[in-house]
Design a protein around this ligand. Structure first.
Ligand SMILES: [Ca+2]
Ligand SMILES: [Ca+2]
Length: 143
């Protein structure tokens, strides 16, 4: 993996120990990859999530439970090379299936900061807050 980022994932194996993940571009498969190892036994791979190599300026995030299965989810943030849109490609941590691709718009000056403050509108899905500069002015958007 090319310059992997390390992430801590809230427990998905139900043993009470958080898991460890390494994420980055797998140059052999030409896909972005996030591999989750069991926090108490790193020889065990719990999940191996991949995304196609269609984004630039990529980073990886651990999100609150976005699909209601009780487990935290993960996302790739990047700029779609085709559309120029900043996107969050959100994936189920355990089965690796796509939950949604959130379009954040193309008018950010640089990749915006993504964070979460819980379910602020009460629809049962945690909100995603995106913060950054647009044309030199600070902007914050809630999704
Ligand atoms: Ca665990
Ligand atoms: Ca989930």
């Amino acid at each position: 993996m090319d310059k992997p980022s390390l992430l801590t994932i809230p427990d998905i194996s139900s043993d009470g120990t958080p898991e460890l993940a390494a994420a980055g571009l797998n140059t052999e498969t030409n896909r972005y990859q996030l591999q989750i190892k069991d926090g108490s036994n790193r020889n065990i791979t719990l999940s191996n999530i991949t995304w196609p190599n269609r984004w630039d300026d990529v980073s990886f995030h651990v999100l609150d439970d976005m699909d209601g299965d009780g487990l935290a989810d993960v996302a790739l943030q990047g700029v779609n090379r085709t559309s120029g849109n900043h996107q969050l490609a959100i994936v189920n941590t355990k089965n690796g299936e796509s939950i949604t691709i959130m379009n954040l718009g193309s008018d950010w000056d640089s990749p915006p900061t993504v964070y979460q403050i819980g379910d602020t509108d009460g629809d049962g899905v945690p909100n995603v807050v995106v913060f950054g500069g647009k044309a030199g002015r600070t902007s914050m958007v809630t999704y």
